[in-house]
Design a protein around this ligand. Structure first.
Ligand SMILES: Cc1cc2nc3c(=O)[nH]c(=O)nc-3n(C[C@H](O)[C@H](O)[C@H](O)COP(=O)(O)OP(=O)(O)OC[C@H]3O[C@@H](n4cnc5c(N)ncnc54)[C@H](O)[C@@H]3O)c2cc1C
Ligand SMILES: NC(=O)c1ccc[n+]([C@@H]2O[C@H](COP(=O)([O-])OP(=O)(O)OC[C@H]3O[C@@H](n4cnc5c(N)ncnc54)[C@H](OP(=O)(O)O)[C@@H]3O)[C@@H](O)[C@H]2O)c1
Ligand SMILES: *[C@@H]1O[C@H](CO)[C@@H](O)[C@H](O)[C@H]1NC(C)=O
Ligand SMILES: *[C@@H]1O[C@H](CO)[C@@H](O)[C@H](O)[C@H]1NC(C)=O
Ligand SMILES: *[C@@H]1O[C@H](CO)[C@@H](O)[C@H](O)[C@H]1NC(C)=O
Length: 495
């Protein structure tokens, strides 16, 4: 049983930054109002709606972690917290009338390419009632994000635990931390933000880590009202600073090369990080805070008070792995028992089960298609030759470790707008990337990835076979150029 919804030219899945920016650009650049965004959560904002753990904040300066067409002179800090970013997304959605196009509590189940009509038949499920809807569209755009599905807690005994267990991205407002013994698992950006944010509330924090991270100092500058005033009224000031910030951050890209220049840059960065750790953190933990893998292999952590919090008597750090959870304690590999009232999972997200439920031309699934490619990939991170009129935002190899994810999202959106224009103007019915171009791109990309640092450690950047499906191996300038001036020979249109 299902309900058929009326045909619509564009369907976007996911209402995080990707979906909202896509909607805004459909309106701004194509004057299109006939689109809908489906979001499975009860509200929109994506990452910034889901991650409400204490301490959650952005670590890319907000002047650049914002959309190019919607500068915000009102951010209070250089690195504002989650609530400000969420408010910004909501403001952008309102300003460009995207909010009225978002349907929440609607989960995308799958989509099938219909050759006869050159449309996608999209299946959606109301998360409240379970009701199934089908809708046809000409262009289907996935903005489902990457860091959305929390890693589960696989430690034996978790089901017997008497207190609350919560992942940072599934934070529950009802969790009481006051005077509790809190276990934190993980030390990525999320774990390193949550620890200092709760340290003065709890009785004890016992943080369990696996591999060390590189820490760098962060200057969280408060933006003075006079500066906000200048941002609002001095022409091009924000544009100029945004560009300056982009260039400044892009300089960090050198660290990813495995050549001499990269080595020198990494050595410099390693020294900076090690010195900072030695200056800021207690000596007993230095070994756990100074990685031996190469800088850049994992996403660096900007320290927002974490290292200093390790000096507190109630904050304890160890790499002794938890092997068993009991009703009121955890037991480690070395046999130690730690009292536990609350367990916070800051153990990251499931990335490797990256899958898209689409059935393309001739019944081809992404799994079948990616077998031909050697692994998960997409032409310019956004399209595959078996899936006409289908695009992915922040897709395979679209991530950058050193700069704003929004830059990548916006570049792909610009490319999609260019490609979709003839379809939405009804001059063409289909656009698809040519197989040979896709394959060449994939080979070239994986070859470039061989000469980057990401092989040097375990991270969510790769799948279990070591296939690199996350990182973009070239500079942001290349990314910008290639989406601004795409090779149109790579694409085939048909009526
Ligand atoms: C805690 C945290 C902090 C971060 N900080 C930074 C930072 O400082 N700088 C930076 O550049 N990046 C950061 N990131 C990365 C961040 O995810 C991106 O910057 C950006 O927000 C991604 O936006 P998105 O819209 O592509 O994906 P998301 O924000 O993840 O949104 C995807 C949306 O799709 C929805 N969805 C998924 N599947 C379905 C489905 N089947 N049906 C319907 N809806 C679906 C989800 O519910 C979600 O709302 C951070 C990530 C996390 C988790
Ligand atoms: N703006 C920000 O500052 C900010 C904040 C949060 C998140 N983010 C973004 O979101 C991404 C994900 O961040 P995240 O911190 O949520 O996840 P993450 O970077 O994947 O970190 C998860 C950490 O948990 C560790 N871990 C996993 N299982 C464990 C176990 N059983 N025992 C001990 N440790 C375990 C991992 O160790 P291993 O290293 O050994 O695998 C890893 O260090 C970041 O890379 C970043 O892009 C940004
Ligand atoms: C979405 O679901 C939530 C419960 O998860 C509910 O409270 C809310 O009213 C729903 N919103 C809409 C618009 O259906
Ligand atoms: C920057 O400071 C503000 C205000 O004190 C805070 O809310 C935010 O979390 C801080 N950001 C970081 C990254 O620490
Ligand atoms: C992935 O990249 C690393 C370098 O970062 C390389 O050593 C490894 O061989 C690559 N894997 C594949 C499958 O190409």
């Amino acid at each position: 049983m299902h309900t058929q919804l009326p045909h619509i030219p564009v369907i976007v899945i996911g209402a995080g930054f990707s979906g909202v920016a896509m909607g805004a650009q459909l309106k701004r650049k194509l004057g299109l109002h006939d689109y809908v965004i489906y979001e499975r959560s009860p509200d929109f904002g994506g990452t910034w709606w889901a991650n409400v753990y204490p301490g959650c904040a952005v670590d890319i300066p907000s002047i650049f972690y914002s959309l190019s067409f919607a500068p915000n002179p009102d951010f209070s800090q250089l690195f504002p917290d989650q609530s400000e970013i969420l408010r910004y997304i909501k403001d952008v959605a309102k300003k460009f009338d995207v909010d009225t196009h978002i349907r929440v509590n609607m989960s995308w189940d799958d989509a099938t390419w219909e050759e006869a009509t050159k449309t996608w038949s999209v299946r959606l499920r109301d998360t409240q009632t379970g009701e199934i809807f089908l809708q046809e569209c000409n262009i289907l755009i996935s903005g489902v994000g990457g860091l959305v599905n929390p890693n589960p807690c696989t430690i034996p005994g978790a089901d017997t635990f008497e207190g609350a267990i919560a992942h940072t991205a599934r934070w529950r407002k009802d969790i009481v931390l006051e005077n509790k013994n809190v276990i934190v698992i993980g030390n990525g950006c999320s774990g390193s933000q949550v620890v200092p944010a709760i340290a003065d509330k709890v009785k004890n924090i016992y943080q369990f880590v696996r591999s060390p991270q590189f820490y760098f100092p962060q200057n969280n500058i408060t933006i003075h009202p006079s500066v906000k005033w200048a941002f609002r009224y001095v022409p091009f000031l924000m544009v100029f600073l945004r560009y300056a910030m982009f260039n400044f951050m892009e300089y960090w890209f050198i660290q990813f090369y495995t050549n001499d220049r990269g080595n020198r840059h990494r050595l410099m960065k390693k020294k900076l990080s090690d010195n900072y750790v030695e200056k800021t953190a207690p000596k007993e933990y230095w070994d756990l805070l100074k990685p031996t893998y190469k800088v850049g292999c994992k996403r660096r952590v900007f320290d927002s008070g974490y290292l200093r919090s390790l000096h507190r008597d109630n904050v304890h750090l160890t790499n002794d792995a938890i092997v068993m959870i009991q009703p009121t304690e955890v037991i480690t590999e070395s046999g130690k028992h730690y009292p536990a009232d609350v367990i916070i999972l800051a153990n990251g997200f499931a990335m490797a089960d990256y899958s898209l439920n689409v059935v393309g031309r001739d019944g081809v699934t992404p799994q079948m298609h990616w077998q031909k490619m050697g692994g998960i990939s997409a032409y310019k991170s956004t399209a595959c030759s078996a899936f006409p009129n289908f695009f992915i935002l922040l897709g395979p190899n679209a991530a950058t470790g050193h700069t704003s994810a929004l830059f990548s999202i916006e570049n792909t959106i610009n490319l999609i707008i260019k490609l979709a224009r003839p379809i939405l103007q009804k001059k063409q019915a289909e656009v698809v990337v040519k197989f040979d171009h896709e394959k060449d791109y994939c080979v070239k990309q994986q070859a470039a990835l061989q000469n980057r640092v990401w092989a040097d450690c375990r991270s969510y950047y790769k799948d279990e076979k070591g296939w690199n499906f996350t990182m973009y191996p070239w500079s942001s300038y290349t990314m910008w150029w290639e989406s601004r001036f795409p090779d149109m020979n790579a694409w085939a249109y048909s009526k």
